[in-house]
Write a protein that binds this ligand. Sequence first.
Ligand code: ATP
Ligand code: MG
Ligand code: FE
Length: 352
Amino acid sequence: MRVLGIETSCDETAASIVERDASGHATILSNIVRSQLEEHAPYGGVVPELAARAHVSHLDHIIARAAASAGIKLNELDAVAATAGPGLIGGVLVGLTTAKAIAAALGKPLIAVNHLEAHALTARLTDGIAFPYLMLLVSGGHSQFVLVRGVGDYQRWGTTIDDALGEAFDKVAKLLGLGNPGGPEVEKLASKGDPRRFNFPKPLLKEDRLDFSFSGLKTAVRLAAEQQAPLTDQDVADICASFQRTVAEIVATRARSALEKYAVELPGQPLRLVVAGGVAANQAIGAALREAADNAGATLIIPPIPLCTDNGAMVAWAGAERLALGAADPLDVAAKARWPLDSADMGLTHGA
Ligand code: ATP
Ligand code: MG
Ligand code: FE
């Protein structure tokens, strides 16, 4: 089956066509992403209204390019999938409404995809792994451990009680006067800095839970920056390196505990840790996670970075996984700004 996937929940306008064969093997036929970085650059962050307008301006063209690059016509599709939440509601509405129109015009099923489920199932698209597995989602809006038991079957084990990890990178970058998105900027400068110069706090880490807290750490970084002002290039690099070391240690410590819990609660199951979301691009965090996974005897899977950040292929794939199980959504399905993975309506609905 061939599924068109549309992603518009944040600042990427994306469309992709993915083919899933009867044995569950996936082929990405096309994957087109248009980032809105330039539109939002003057504001130092994503402006929801601007994002929605940019999706309106570009989505039709991005879908046409996805079809052309896959070499197929829209009427050769078996279903149309779009992110229906969570995300910036204006943007979600643009993508979901477009998907509804295409599905109605073609007379093909519509699949309303949870954006977090799309991130969660990406490792099956790229690595073909079986259920169950443990996912660490670390993105611009989320930081959570999720037990992935099956399509639509998720159990959240921990989440952030304040900022997401990507958000923390972005805020630290902003307060140091670096560009947006901040993650790659911080990582670049960190490579030139001393990771031991500053001792930043690790909020919540002593508590026996799988949650994160990054806002106090961000404040500590701000105070250190204020104390050192005016900052030399070396000061900035040292702050970036120390911040990155601290979050890598936090994430690795939590991953160790999550893998321990997994081993206890799912005895006999292979230990697999899948990383999803844009922060998966960070090499220092990746290395810390690899060490934690190796020590626990677990396999670490980090999909290729373009599939970790927002893209249409993960949405098309999540749609294909649902369709293969007979699920589809009615044309009046609602867009949702909030939609946790473990909410009751994540299960499979049948027949539009
Ligand atoms: P969500 O999926 O939660 O709605 P999102 O889709 O906006 O959020 P992603 O596109 O998955 O998030 O990831 C973007 C985030 O990843 C940004 O916060 C960015 O700073 C961060 N990021 C990207 N590259 C790196 C890196 N090399 N190191 C650290 N963080 C990074
Ligand atoms: Mg983004
Ligand atoms: Fe995302």
